[in-house]
Design a protein around this ligand. Structure first.
Ligand code: VGL
Ligand code: ZN
Length: 198
């Protein structure tokens, strides 16, 4: 067994005071730092959007943050502007031990398409390259922690399971946005996909 810890989007904009703050988003940082020591491979992901990214409500006339829209690849929640490339909000939480990371993967950098998952963009087929990285490192098991449970963690975990990795989400080390019951739905979908919820 070779185990990778995938640390999803522990960035300032998802922590209290950030543009898309997740309640207690910063409370998981210490625990994640400890968990890194037990993993064979540590990967961090970083949400990394251009300033005019189409997942931003500001790019759609008459739309407000958290409204839904239709994209060519399906429904898309519109977000407040967040994680703009190179901005302080896109930086990792200052207490996160980024020095323990083997690999940092950025996602959501194409204007036209969002990318919740660490493996595929939101069309669910454009790869980020992470699968190849993990396979060539001999990884067969991934453990997921980070932000947000019901979006980027859930999408990443389901893709990991679908790709044949053993996948487990450590709920204590995740926090959710929970938009209209999205957390409950995400937990259900993950369980259905064969993700272990611990
Ligand atoms: C995320 C919404 C928009 C996440 C990223 O990291 O869960 N959510 N971009
Ligand atoms: Zn984003």
């Amino acid at each position: 067994m070779t185990k990778a810890l995938l640390v999803i989007d522990v960035q300032n904009d998802f922590c209290p005071g950030g543009a898309l703050a997740v309640a207690e988003g910063d409370a998981i940082v210490e625990g994640i730092n400890h968990r890194m020591a037990a993993a064979d491979v540590v990967v961090l992901t970083q949400d990394w959007h251009p300033a005019d990214h189409l997942s931003f409500a500001s790019q759609h006339e008459g739309k407000a943050p958290f409204d839904l829209t239709e994209m060519p690849y399906g429904p898309q929640v519109l977000w407040p502007d967040h994680c703009q490339q190179g901005s302080p909000g896109a930086a990792f939480h200052p207490k996160l031990r980024t020095d323990h990371a083997d690999m940092i993967i950025r996602k959501g950098f194409r204007r036209e398409i969002d990318s919740y998952s660490a493996f595929f963009e939101n069309d669910r087929k454009t790869p980020t390259g992470l699968e190849g990285y993990l396979r060539t490192r001999g990884v067969n098991e991934v453990e997921l922690v980070g932000l947000a449970t019901d979006f980027c963690v859930a999408y990443s975990a389901q893709d990991a399971a679908r790709l044949g990795f053993r996948a487990a989400v450590v709920q204590d080390l995740c926090r959710a946005i929970d938009l209209d019951g999205s957390l409950g739905a995400a937990l259900e979908e993950m369980a259905k996909a064969g993700v272990q919820l611990s």
